[in-house]
Ligand binder design. Structure first.
Ligand code: NAP
Length: 172
């Protein structure tokens, strides 16, 4: 859906309110190898991500891959670091870089699932889009009874998407 946050002239309603939270208070991002590039990007020494020379992260950005390469410094404050590490180890590195700010886990589904399963996610924003792809990587596998430890809210937007937020319930 078009949002003003990502493209001037997009909507300024509920979808935009969620999209605008992408940037607020984050000091680092972690993403999986399949967000960083198409299948096989590891064989292309010139691949620099989907986002051009100024990616929209503006922080250290950690790409989890079993085939790491030297860091890539981009314009606008993004440096891609390539890490072969467990979720716990990767989060420790990203938290160190983020200082007092939060760490965003940018997807894809495999990385999100692994971090949720490891108990490392406090807040999850998921958008259900009315498109039937018919196949893909299953986000919820192995996460049965997630609702026992997260408060779940949903908001439907006039654009047709549904925003789900899961917020970890802290033991009192
Ligand atoms: N539109 C988007 O923004 C977006 C974002 C992400 C994904 N996608 C799509 O969503 C689909 C599913 O993606 P996905 O779940 O496979 O994506 P993903 O989570 O981004 O990538 C998973 C890959 O990351 C690497 N990885 C994950 N954990 C690791 C660890 N602990 N240590 C080292 N490497 C690790 C592995 O790649 P290697 O073993 O190859 O290094 C693994 O196959 C794909 O079709 C993808 O293109 C779309």
């Amino acid at each position: 859906m078009a949002t003003d946050h990502w493209r001037t002239g997009g909507g300024v309603g509920v979808d935009n309110a969620f999209a605008a939270r992408h940037d607020a208070g984050f000091g680092a991002e972690i993403m999986g190898a399949n967000k960083f590039g198409p299948p096989g990007w590891q064989d292309d020494p010139d691949w620099r991500g989907w986002w051009g020379e100024e990616p929209p992260f503006h922080t250290p950005t950690y790409v989890l891959t079993h085939r790491p390469r030297p860091p890539l410094e981009m314009a606008g404050g993004t440096t891609f670091h390539f890490l072969d590490a467990s979720p716990t180890e990767a989060l420790a590195v990203a938290r160190e870089a983020a200082g007092d700010l939060d760490v965003r886990l940018g997807g894809g589904a495999t990385v999100v699932r692994d971090f949720v399963a490891a108990g490392l996610v406090d807040h999850l924003h998921l958008v259900v889009v009315p498109i039937v792809l018919g196949r893909g990587t299953r986000l919820w596998d192995g996460l049965e009874a997630l609702e026992d430890s997260f408060d779940v809210e949903s908001v439907s937007s006039p654009s047709g998407v549904t925003h789900l937020t899961l917020t970890r319930r802290h033991a009192s």
